[in-house]
Design a protein around this ligand. Structure first.
Ligand code: 13P
Ligand code: SF4
Length: 325
């Protein structure tokens, strides 16, 4: 997690990250967002996949899903603008009933969240009555409400092992689940959801990078298929990947995940050459500076969760946040 100086102007925040001409063009919008944040006592929480103008230009707090969920419980602001996708905004609302949570574009969804419903979980519980349900946070509030505990890619193994059982239902990301199964003795029962961005990477593609660039380091998100993860030198959440690059400072790296992340990290690790296959998340890319400005100006689009659903989902989210990582 990185906390930026709120007083820094656009030129200072974006120097060397985006071209000077672009800074001149977006500077007034960034200043407008800064003023609106003060008026509204608001913070912008930004996922690591945001484009550099958002990530470096207007975010107050930045991180992976786990960090964003934690930050949402810790902020003193009255208004949270989630520069991320809908499930992240919903998780912030679940953790923080009293706050106004806004998302700049309601269409910012997630293929994993679409892959499973609360009714699916109720059916699975009938089939596996004594098996706890571990649910990835990339799900709706209704799905979280049916779950025993949530997890993210940053704590999935620890969450599964925290339950002290021999087997769990792990929903909905089959690839994250398969990766967790390689890290624990707990039996993992999978669902067939997947991320439309990470499932596009292939092991062949990575072997081609390795043979063309001897010595390149490959680091991957656990939403990738197993043949991709087998090629990786490190597997971790988006913040885990960023931390790995900042610590290892490799000569050349490929970050096998959504491609805005390389742009954001490259700005902070100039000595590393980032090879950038570009798979964009169309949902994350719905979030723009204009959308953030409009959200703050018009207090839209407010994310709400039905109180009874939120109360049950909160149990699963808080249980996750209590697991040490
Ligand atoms: P992280 O929690 O690792 O940031 O992942 C969220 C996500 O949606 C990855 O596609
Ligand atoms: Fe969902 Fe994949 Fe986009 Fe992440 S990258 S928000 S898992 S669709």
């Amino acid at each position: 997690m990185t906390v930026l100086t709120p007083s820094a102007g656009p030129a200072e925040r974006l120097k060397g990250i985006v071209p000077e001409a672009e800074i001149a063009a977006i500077g007034p919008l960034i200043e407008e967002i800064k003023a609106l944040k003060e008026d509204r006592n608001a913070v912008v929480l930004a996922h690591n996949y945001m484009t550099p103008d958002i990530f470096h230009g207007v975010a107050d707090l930045r991180g992976d899903s786990l960090a964003l969920a934690r930050m949402a419980t810790e902020t003193e602001a009255d208004v949270i603008v989630m520069a991320g996708v809908h499930f992240m905004a919903e998780t912030a609302k679940i953790a923080n009933e009293g706050k106004t949570v806004l998302i700049p574009d309601l269409r910012a969804g997630c293929s994993l969240a679409e892959s499973i419903t609360a009714a699916d979980i109720r059916l699975l519980r009938e089939r596996y009555p004594d098996t706890p349900v571990v649910t990835y946070v990339n799900t709706s509030a209704e799905v979280k409400a049916e779950s025993d505990i949530c997890c993210t890619s940053g704590n999935a193994v620890q969450v599964v092992e925290s339950l002290g059982v021999d087997r769990v239902l792990f929903l909905p990301d089959q690839y994250l689940g398969r990766w967790v199964a390689t890290q624990t003795d707990v039996e993992i029962i999978l669902w067939n959801g997947s991320c439309e961005v990470h499932e596009r990477f292939t092991g062949d593609e990575l072997r081609a990078y390795r043979s063309a660039n001897p010595g390149i380091r490959i680091i991957a998100h656990p939403e990738c298929p197993p043949d991709v993860l087998e090629e990786a030198d490190f597997v971790g959440s988006t913040s885990g990947m960023i931390g790995w690059v900042k610590d290892a400072r490799p000569r050349q790296v490929v970050m096998v995940t959504e491609c805005s992340m390389s742009d954001n990290v490259a700005a902070e690790v100039p000595e590393t050459d980032f090879v950038r296959p570009c798979n964009l998340c169309p949902h994350m890319k719905r979030i723009t500076l204009e959308g953030i400005r409009d959200a703050l100006r018009d207090l839209k689009h407010e994310v709400t969760v039905e109180p009874e659903v939120a109360a049950r989902a909160r149990v699963a989210v808080e249980r996750m946040l209590a697991v040490p990582v």
